[in-house]
Design a protein around this ligand. Structure first.
Ligand code: 3PG
Ligand code: MG
Length: 436
C-alpha cells in the first residue's frame, strides 16, 4: 500500500508561511552538545524543498521530557546552532518560546528563505495534553502545517493531532519516506525475510515479536530479552538481567513459534552461546559459555570435548552479548535472505572498547552488521528500526550503509507492528480536495 496522505509536493507552498513539526529529540551530552544529529540531518530534505519553493519556514519540536515546565537543559538552542551550520547560507533564527506575543511578532517578520526554530513545545503542559487552545495558537503562526516528525507521530499531542483541526495539514518528505518504506517492507518483503530483535523488555516489543513470527522465515532474538526466553526454557543464566514477570509471555511466544515451524519452513533462533562477565566494563574479563556444547567456547582444545565449565554460566556471571556460534548462525541465515529487518542490538554495545568504539560486548552485533552489509557475499535489503540501535550505528559511523534506518524509536515499532499512528491519520488524505 502506498502512502495515502497529501504531501508538500501535492500543494502550492510558494510564498506561504509553513509550520513544520520536526522531531529534534536528539541526545545531548552533559555540556549540551548534540551527540547524534541523525534526526536533524534527516529533516533537511523537507526544509530545503520548502526554501527552494520560496516558503517561510517555522519549525517546532520537542526535546526530552521536561513535563510541561521550562527546563534549560532541554532547550532547542543547540539544535538551532546545528541547523544554522547545516543550512548556511540560509538564515536560521531562534525564539525563546513557541507561543505568545514575542513568537507571533518574530514569526510575522521572517522573510522568504529564512528559517525560524521555536523553543521546546513540551515546556508547555498543553502540548502533551493535546490541547486545542494551544494547538490553535501554534496554527495561527502559519498558513500550512507540515508533519515531518516521524519519531513522534505515535503520540496524540497538540503538535501532532489537535493542530490539524485548525490548519491544512500535510506530510513532509521524511514522514512519507518512513511510512512508505516501513509499510512496504512489512507487507511485501522480498523473501526470505530474516528478522532480528534485541532490547531489554519483551512487553515493550510484544506486538512486534508476534508480527515478526507471522511474517518472517527466520526470527532471532538477542539482547537482554533473550535472557528471559532462556530462563523460560530452564537454562541457568547466572546473574543475568531478565524479567521474572515475562516468563509466561516468553513461553507463549515460544509455543506460537513452535506451532508455525510445524506447519512450514520457519526458524525461531534463541542464542546458544554467550559472552559472559562478572561486571560491565571495557576491562571486564570475558569468557564464552556455550550451553549447547558446540565446542567453540573451548577452541584451544578443539576437536576434543570441551570441559564442563564451558557449558555453564556461574552464579555471579552475566550474559552480556550473544556468542560467536549464535552470531555466525544468524549471519549464515542472512546469506539466503532477500530482506533483513533489525531492531535492537544483541549485547551491551554501549560499553566502549579500550581502543575504539567496538567494546567487549559488541562483537555479536558487529558480525550481524557485517553480514547484513554484504561482507559474506549476499547483501539483503536492510531495514533498521530506530531508537538505541541508531546510537550504535552513529558511533560506528555506518548509518548510511543500510537501505533504511528509521528516525523513529517507538513510532517505528508501532508502525512495524501494524498500528495506526495518530499524527499520520490526522493529515489530509490524497483524495481529499485540496483546501490550500
Ligand atoms: C522519541 O525519541 O521516542 C520521540 O521523540 C518521542 O519522544 P517521547 O517518547 O518522549 O514521546
Ligand atoms: Mg521514546
Amino acid at each position: 500500500m502506498s502512502f495515502n496522505k497529501q504531501t508538500i509536493r501535492d500543494i502550492d507552498v510558494g510564498g506561504k508561511t509553513v509550520l513544520v513539526r520536526a522531531d529534534y529529540n536528539v541526545p545531548l551530552s552533559s555540556t549540551g552538545k548534540i551527540t547524534d544529529d541523525y534526526r536533524i540531518k534527516q529533516s533537511l530534505p523537507t526544509i530545503k524543498y520548502l526554501l527552494e519553493k520560496k516558503a517561510k519556514v517555522i519549525i517546532i519540536s520537542h526535546l526530552g521530557r521536561p513535563d510541561g515546565k521550562i527546563d534549560k537543559k532541554f532547550s532547542l538552542r543547540p539544535v538551532a546552532d546545528e541547523l544554522r551550520h547545516l543550512l548556511a547560507p540560509n538564515e536560521v533564527k531562534f525564539v525563546h518560546d513557541c507561543v505568545g506575543n514575542d513568537v507571533k511578532e518574530t514569526a510575522s517578520k521572517i522573510k522568504n528563505g529564512e528559517v525560524l526554530l521555536l523553543e521546546n513545545l513540551r515546556f508547555h503542559k498543553e502540548e502533551e495534553d493535546d490541547d486545542d487552545i494551544f494547538a490553535k495558537q501554534l496554527a495561527e503562526l502559519a498558513d500550512i502545517f507540515v508533519q515531518d516528525g516521524f519519531g513522534v507521530v505515535h503520540r496524540a499531542h497538540a503538535s501532532t493531532e489537535a493542530i490539524t483541526k485548525f490548519i491544512p495539514s500535510v506530510s513532509g518528505l521524511l514522514l512519507e519516506k518512513e511510512v512508505d518504506t516501513i509499510t512496504n517492507v512489512m507487507e511485501i518483503p522480498k523473501r526470505p525475510l530474516v528478522t532480528i530483535i534485541g532490547g531489554a523488555k519483551i512487553a515493550d516489543k510484544i506486538e512486534l515479536i508476534n508480527r515478526f513470527i507471522e511474517i518472517s522465515d527466520f526470527v532471532s532474538i538477542g539482547g537482554a530479552m533473550a535472557n528471559t526466553f532462556l530462563k523460560a526454557i530452564n537454562l541457568d543464566i547466572g546473574h543475568s538481567v531478565y524479567d521474572k514477570g515475562e516468563i509466561n509471555l516468553a513461553k507463549d511466544i515460544l509455543d506460537k513459534a513452535h506451532e508455525k515451524s510445524t506447519k512450514q519452513p520457519f526458524t525461531f533462533f534463541l542464542p546458544q552461546d554467550a559472552v559472559v562477565a562478572k561486571n560491565i566494563s571495557s576491562l571486564s574479563k570475558t569468557r564464552i559459555v556455550d550451553w549447547s556444547s558446540h565446542v567453540v567456547a573451548d577452541i584451544e582444545n578443539y576437536p576434543k570435548k570441551p570441559s564442563v565449565d564451558n557449558f555453564k554460566i556461574e552464579a555471579d556471571e552475566m550474559i552480556l552479548d550473544i556468542g560467536p556460534f549464535s552470531s555466525s548462525f544468524i549471519a549464515g541465515a542472512m546469506q539466503l535472505a532477500g530482506t533483513v529487518i533489525w531492531n535492537g542490538t544483541m549485547g551491551v554495545t554501549e560499553t566502549p572498547g579500550l581502543h575504539g568504539p567496538v567494546g567487549p560486548f559488541a562483537r555479536g552485533t558487529e558480525i550481524i552488521v557485517e553480514s547484513m552489509l554484504g561482507e559474506f557475499g549476499n547483501r539483503p535489503f536492510s531495514l533498521v528500526g530506530g531508537g538505541d540501535t541508531v546510537g550504535y550505528l552513529e558511533s560506528r559511523k555506518i548509518i548510511d550503509s543500510f537501505d533504511h534506518v528509521s528516525t523513529g524509536g517507538g513510532a517505528s515499532l508501532e508502525l512495524m507492528a501494524g498500528r495506526k499512528l495518530p499524527g499520520v491519520e490526522a493529515l489530509m488524505d490524497k483524495k481529499e480536495k485540496a483546501r490550500i
